[in-house]
Design a protein around this ligand. Structure first.
Ligand code: ADP
Ligand code: MG
Length: 236
């Protein structure tokens, strides 16, 4: 089943008297439990596409069907509701609350979702355990390594049980060894049946995905299955 169906999406930014065509007729279908990397040079429209996929923004024209619901014309409030329920975000810069513990950072989406405290605590603990941070629940971001911070961010993305994980350069601020650890984690999440879409400019990171979509000037330049995608070694 297509979880994502984009039909002829355009996004035009008006800058003064100039129109910037950030996306120019993008059509894509993505199935449940796909693992997709989006690549392309700077300015090719990757972040604009991720913002639309993540219901942070709406297209100028075209149709976006998410799990059978047309979200292309939704109001900001309706879009926010879909986003909180369906999308887990992971960012290059982690975007954690600096003064809050790992536990509280992961609990936050559950507070927004109105989940009662006891259930919330249980869910946050399960999510942090699943990324190997059960013993770092009361640490603040400044007391964690970069890789651990990104693990907290992954736990926060997963805790609500989203339909899609969107990651924009999730290894961009990590050294290559730590980046590989995060890619191992993404592989596990994918194997559990999740749908993952990540932006990267590193070929070796994209190679972990099963499908690579390349953008150029706001258009899909190529869309290919990865023949020999990297399967991380088990156990650490
Ligand atoms: N908020 C905005 N206002 C005006 N132009 C924008 C805005 N966001 C992106 N753009 C332009 O749209 C194009 C695509 O940008 P972006 O999606 O950020 O590309 P990428 O993530 O691939 O580097 C670029 O030419 C960029 O300058
Ligand atoms: Mg970008």
């Amino acid at each position: 089943m297509n979880i994502i169906n984009l039909e002829n999406i355009t996004k035009i930014y008006q800058v003064g008297s100039e129109e910037v065509h950030a996306l120019d007729g993008v059509s894509l279908k993505i199935d449940r439990n796909e693992y997709v990397a989006i690549m392309g040079p700077s300015g090719s429209g990757k972040s604009t596409l991720m913002n639309i996929l993540g219901c942070l923004d709406t297209p100028t024209e075209g149709k976006y069907d998410l799990k059978g619901t047309d979200v292309s014309d939704m109001s900001d409030n309706a879009l926010a509701e879909v986003r909180n329920r369906e999308i887990g975000f992971v960012f290059q810069t982690f975007n954690l609350l600096p003064r809050a513990t790992s536990f509280h950072n992961v609990e936050l989406p559950l507070i927004y979702a109105g989940i009662p405290a006891a259930r919330r605590h249980e869910m946050a603990e399960v999510a942090l355990s699943s990324v190997g941070l059960k013993d770092r629940m009361l640490h603040k971001p400044s007391e964690l390594s970069g890789g651990q911070r990104q693990r907290v961010a992954v736990a926060r993305a997963l805790v609500i049980g989203p339909s899609i994980i969107l990651a924009d350069e999730p290894t961009g601020n990590l050294d290559s060894k730590t980046g590989e650890d995060i890619m191992t984690l993404f592989h596990e999440i994918y194997e559990q049946g999740n749908t993952i879409i990540l932006v990267t400019h590193e070929e070796y990171i994209a190679n972990h995905a099963k499908r690579v979509i390349r953008l150029l000037d706001g258009k899909v330049e190529s869309d290919k299955q990865v023949a020999n995608h990297t399967v991380p070694a088990r156990g650490k």
